[in-house]
Structures are given as C-alpha cells and as structure tokens.
Write a protein that binds this ligand. Sequence first.
Ligand code: ADP
Length: 345
Amino acid sequence: MQSMDDESVITETQLTGEAANEHLLRPKLLKDFQGQKDLKENLQIFMDAALQREEPLDHVFIAGPPGLGKTTIASIIAHEMGGELKATSAPALEKTKDLAGILTTLQEGSILFIDEVHRLKPALEEILYIAMEDFELDWIIGQGPTARTVRIPLPNFTLIGATTKTGQVAAPLHTRFGINFRIGFYSPEELTHVLRRSSIILDTQITPEAVTMLSRCSRGTPRVANRLLRRLRDYAQILADGVITESVVLDGLKKLKIDQNGLEEQDRRILSAIIHTFDGGPVGAETLAISVGEAIESLEDFYEPYMIQQGFLKRTPRGRTVTRKAYQLFNIDPREDHEDQGLLF
Ligand code: ADP
C-alpha cells in the first residue's frame, strides 16, 4: 500500500488565537448544546440506542449555514459515544490516498467528520460508499495490466458529513447516511442561552438586557453571538467598567457597524448594490459577488441565508432580487426612480 500521511486531519492541539477561543466555548456534551430541541432529543435517543446495543452510531448527515453547530455536534457525538474524533474537510482531500490514509487509521467506534462534504471528488465518493456500507476499503495495487484491487477491512466507524449546500451533495452519498439533521437559525431566545453560557466560561459580566439585545443582533448564529460577545467584552474592558451593559452593546454595535436587524456593513452593501446597480435585480450571484468584492462562497453560504430568512432578499431562478423590506431599510420607495438617491453609506 502507498504511504499515507495525515496532513489533512486537524487536531485540537493545533488551534491558536480566536480558533482556540472558539474551541473553549464549544460544548462537549449534548446537555450543554443550547437550543435545537428536536435535533437534541432525536440524537440522544439514537446515541442511547447505539450505546445499549454496543454498536457505533449510524452515519450522520448535518446540513445548515456556517456557525450553527455542525462541527460541535460531531465533537459531542465523539465525546458521548466515547470514540476518537478525526476531523477533516473535503477540499483538503485531494487524492484517493488522502482519504484512504485517514480511513486506515480509524479504530473501532471512531468518528470521522468530513466538513463541506458536497465538495468531495467523485473518485473519493466511490471509496466512501464501500467504506460506509461494507466497512471495507477498495485499494488498487500496481499499474496497467498487473493492477489488482485488494479489499482492506476497516473498523466499524461513524461518518459525519456536514454541508452548507445539501442540494450539491451527490444523491448516492446522501442516501447512505442513516441519520439526517438540518440545523436552522437559532431564535433570539435560544441565543440568550448560548450567550449566558459563554459569558460564564469567559468570566464576563453581562446584564440580562444586554444579553437580550445582543441575541437579536447575532444573525441567529451561535458563532456570531460568541464573536460579538468577545468584541463587546473588549469594549467593556477598555471603554467602560468591564460590565457589558445595554449602552456598551449599543455603542459597540455602532462601532462594529451592525444594525438592530443584525445586518453587517457587507449585508447592506449587497442589498444596496442590488437596488442601485442592478435596479432591484434579478442579478446573478457571481456578478453580485464581484460587484461587492466578496467571495461567491461567503455570499452564498454566510450573507444570503440570513438576509433571505429575514425577508430582505430572494433567490429566484433568474438571480437575486431584493424585497420591499430592503427598500424600506434604505428609506427608498420601491416605486420611485431611485437612481438619484445615491448610496446611503
Ligand atoms: P459549524 O460547524 O456549523 O460552522 P460550529 O460547530 O463550529 O459551527 O459552531 C461555531 C461555534 O458556535 C462553536 O465553537 C460553539 O462555541 C458555538 N455553538 C454552536 N452551536 C452551539 C450550541 N447549540 N450551543 C452552544 N454553543 C454553540
């Protein structure tokens, strides 16, 4: 067999800075995972049943926008099931040997987490099909007429595939996952629980009013809520007396250019571009991304889902269009010719 390295596997000890901070806030047990009641109830039952039968958990598919807890669920499953976690992402798996390298280092009950699973190359998908179903690895030895395939047995493991784009996951791969979860945006109420838990871990004082305010401006996303909490902790420490109050939140959000809808400057730039440059739309995602200097992936995965959920933006077969609510955000009457009204920031 070819030599197989483990460079595409991320270990927890390699984390530094903000990533380490995020790691600190990441719940390890299901009871600490806030919100998502239905998902948690189901996951608890599936894990209990597998543990009772002394079997690994069935393969798990998790879909949802970034920052909602897909990686967190993978690490919770590993902790709760007592299996070792190997985390990687599809773009890091270039060749079949990269995936084979990881598969052959798995142990009984290991959890293999593959992020952005919609970006797996077809040749790697083929390997996964057999690995997921038969716990075997088909490996070709030699080249040309002397080439032959050997089947290497793999230990029983659980694959967790995460994606921001369910529609782009190959159907044969998708159907091989026995457990299917979709994580949606968190309600402000759910985010208050995330924020309270994080403020205790970070040893930061925050008033209940400030928690409520912050939870409404965190785009329904725990990662954003935690990031804002860390920034407001900085403001409170340097510009106030260390406590995050309503006025610290108000001042801080203004400095960070986040409005009361939770929209960031780049969100408003995107909406403004559609209104002012593309006459309200429809405009293709690629053209829009270029016009605001954004990578198409972050436009599609991060900015758009929240603006669609909040009713500012629509995706149509012909492209993106803004809604009446977006015009109202800029105090523009959608029926008027808005060419003279200029950019509002
Ligand atoms: P994704 O993999 O979906 O991009 P992550 O699992 O990395 O998102 O979550 C981002 C951060 O948000 C985590 O570090 C964790 O601290 C926090 N987080 C996510 N979901 C929850 C939750 N349900 N409860 C508490 N914290 C959460």
